[in-house]
Design a protein around this ligand. Structure first.
Ligand code: ADP
Ligand code: MG
Length: 403
């Protein structure tokens, strides 16, 4: 789960990580009163969406598509500028490198005291699966596209690993500070902040904290000027308060709906819809599609307790995607019976008016019966018994089989 910058900064503040004073607003009037109460002549007016690259993004009118404002993070030098920026941001679509061309509607703003920036750093905390530990990454190349830095000058990214149970000790935080060239009080400020961030990461079950830029301010202290925080959904039972800060309007509408129906669905760029039971099998299915030269349109795990209702729902969700050119159903019958799945597929196909090629692979409980049910139906379906044959058949059916 992702949260907004203003929410992440409230958590930083609570954890003792220094941030500028700021106020969350949803109207131009609120933005103006935030400006008045902050008492800072220079403020940053910041679009709040769950995507990065806001500063370099542009705002467009959702109806006409006209360009309204260049830059989704603006530094305002007067009350008039706050009014201008707030009204050009709120209710408009922000398109950034991370939102895709359709952009995201902005309904939240953060008005924050302007910061005197001496240098912009990059700092992130994340889970490193390979070493089964937490990883702190830092770079002097902050404020810019970190992916580009990682690609062109990987040596400019410094890394420190630590165990969540041990926290980040001063030695490791200090060695990161040294790698970033920080000295004296700035080094001390960094070490203290890094330790607090590491504790917050563990206590709040974060999956990522990214601060870009982390700035060395004019007075020599470290200030988090941006804040991106994601939580590990598997720990949601420990944090009932997450639902209060969750902004569903920022999440994919179809993914939220699928989740409500007990399906785990992720939209992807390809044209072959996948309907699978089990996350591991879904991964394998996607791999096989790619192996035969096709591209999966989604990841869809209907789970172990799937019934005809959830299968119909899954078909409906897959077919909502206009880029679908074929569907591959791959079911391993354990508790679920393949003949039940077969009947549900026939029903769902009728209900959804299925018009694209369909390939079904059954394995496990009642797989033979399932195949017979499908083969004897009037449904236009290809049934296969192995995963390889399934991949080959669906990619072939949409006319994309590689030589
Ligand atoms: P994004 O990463 O989505 O573009 P940031 O929060 O990093 O958004 O803001 C973009 C840039 O705007 C920062 O790199 C920084 O230079 C500037 N900026 C952000 N907040 C402030 C602030 N409070 N005072 C001065 N400059 C700011
Ligand atoms: Mg940033």
């Amino acid at each position: 789960m992702n949260i907004h910058e203003y929410q992440a900064k409230a958590m930083f503040r609570e954890s003792g990580v220094r941030v500028q004073q700021g106020e969350h607003c949803t109207t131009v009037e609120q933005a103006l009163s935030a400006y008045d109460s902050l008492g800072s002549e220079i403020v940053a007016v910041k679009s709040q969406i769950h995507a990065g690259g806001r500063g370099k993004g542009n705002l467009y009118c959702p109806n006409s598509g006209d360009l309204i404002l260049e830059g989704g993070v603006k530094v305002a030098f007067s009350r008039e500028e706050v009014e201008e920026y707030a009204s050009k941001i709120l209710g408009h679509k922000l398109v950034t490198k991370q939102t895709g061309p359709s952009g995201k509607m902005v309904s939240n703003l953060y008005v924050e005291s302007g910061c005197d920036i001496a240098h912009e750093f990059y700092l992130a905390l994340l889970i490193d699966r390979e070493t089964e530990s937490l990883l702190m990454m830092g770079s002097t190349e902050g404020g810019v596209d970190i992916e580009e830095v990682a690609e062109k000058t990987p040596e400019a990214i410094h890394k420190e690993w630590f165990q969540p149970s041990m926290g980040l000790d001063e030695e490791k935080a200090g060695s990161m500070a040294d790698s970033l060239g920080l000295k004296g009080p700035s080094r001390d400020s960094f070490v203290e902040m890094a330790g607090r961030l590491a504790s917050m990461f563990v206590d709040k079950d974060c999956s990522m904290i990214e601060i870009n830029p982390l700035v060395l301010s004019g007075d020599g202290t470290m200030v988090a000027l941006d804040a991106k925080v994601s939580f590990d959904d598997n720990a949601s039972f420990r944090h009932p308060w997450w639902h209060e800060i969750r902004d569903i309007s920022e999440e994919s509408e179809v993914e939220v709906r699928a989740h409500e129906q007990g399906l785990s669905y992720v939209d992807l760029d390809g044209n072959i819809g996948c309907l699978v039971n089990g996350a591991g099998l879904a991964m394998a299915t996607m791999d096989v599609i790619k192996m035969y030269g096709g591209e999966p349109a989604n990841f869809l795990d209907i789970g172990g307790g799937a019934d005809s209702e959830s299968i119909t729902a899954a078909f409906g969700i897959i077919l909502e995607d206009p880029s679908i050119e074929g569907i591959l159903v791959n079911i391993f019958g354990g508790i679920i019976r393949c003949d039940m799945v077969a009947r549900s597929i026939i029903e769902a196909s009728k209900e959804t008016g299925l018009e694209v090629p369909l390939v079904v692979r059954f394995s496990g409980t009642n797989h033979e019966e399932g195949r017979i049910v499908l083969d004897e139906s009037d449904l236009d379906v290809v049934t296969v018994s192995t995963l390889g044959a399934a991949g080959e058949a669906i990619v072939g059916a949409i006319g994309g089989l590689l030589e």
